[in-house]
Ligand binder design. Structure first.
Ligand SMILES: C[S@@+](CC[C@H](N)C(=O)[O-])C[C@H]1O[C@@H](n2cnc3c(N)ncnc32)[C@H](O)[C@@H]1O
Length: 221
């Protein structure tokens, strides 16, 4: 049966290389089902650390008839990651939670060549931290779905990765591409800052901070 997935999950799936994949925080299992049904993977792991989502996951994998290929695991992050896994996906969580999951046991990443990350907050923090644990950014996509911007980052194992402050903040690939969506995201923040400043209800120091942010954003557009 063909399942319907969001543009966000579709984008993540397209950024996953042919490999053995573990999706950490798999919840409904839609990403792994899509990866299997599209032929991107022949084997993978769907990891959940909570009983409720885990039971939902098992049911979805059974209903789709993929449970012999996409193996559900009730476990915490990458702590029980099988050695055969070469790609890890972590999507739909805050950036700090994602970094905590990855840094909990770095040895588990020894065989992991690719990380595909969809952080819903603290994206610069994710770029900074993940590039310090032996990965560099090989692909970035910005999408907008239901009025929300998402930045999805693929990291590939590499010895050295050096990024400027602007690379970390805005993404080394995204800021060079300057796609229409990238511009829209930061233009809407500039408009928001203009509205805040013109409301005349802000203390001087807050206006100074917002003005500095606006000036910075104007330089990257
Ligand atoms: C908001 S859902 C995102 C689901 C899916 N990845 C997506 O992007 O649509 C986050 C899921 O991650 C699970 N989760 C959070 N921390 C986890 C951890 N340390 N290990 C495994 N699963 C975790 C939660 O139980 C929840 O089902």
């Amino acid at each position: 049966m063909e399942i319907k997935i969001s543009k966000r999950l579709e984008t993540i799936a397209a950024m996953v290389p042919k490999s053995i994949v573990a999706d950490i925080g798999s919840d409904h299992g839609k990403l792994m089902i899509e990866l299997f049904n599209s032929g991107k993977i022949t084997k993978g792991y769907a990891v959940e650390n909570k009983k409720g989502p885990y039971n939902r996951l098992v049911k979805a994998l059974e209903e789709e008839g993929v449970i012999d290929h996409v193996i559900p695991m009730l476990s915490d992050g990458i702590t029980e990651l099988p050695k055969c896994v070469t790609t890890v996906v972590i999507a739909g969580m805050g950036g700090k939670a994602i970094v905590n999951i990855l840094k909990k046991d770095l040895r588990k990443l020894d065989n992991v060549e690719t990380l595909v990350i969809d952080a819903h907050s603290c994206i610069p923090f994710v770029r900074d931290e993940v590039s310090k644990i032996g990965y560099s950014i090989s692909e970035e996509k910005i999408i907008k779905e239901d009025g929300i911007f998402y930045e999805i980052i693929r990291f590939t194992k590499s010895d050295v990765a050096f990024y400027s402050d602007d690379d970390i903040e805005f993404g080394p690939i995204l800021r060079k591409e300057k796609s229409a969506l990238f511009k829209e995201k930061y233009q809407s923040r500039i408009d928001e800052i203009d509205n805040l400043i013109s409301s005349k209800k802000l203390p001087y120091n807050r206006i100074a901070i917002l003005t500095a942010e606006k000036t910075k954003l104007e330089t990257i557009l």
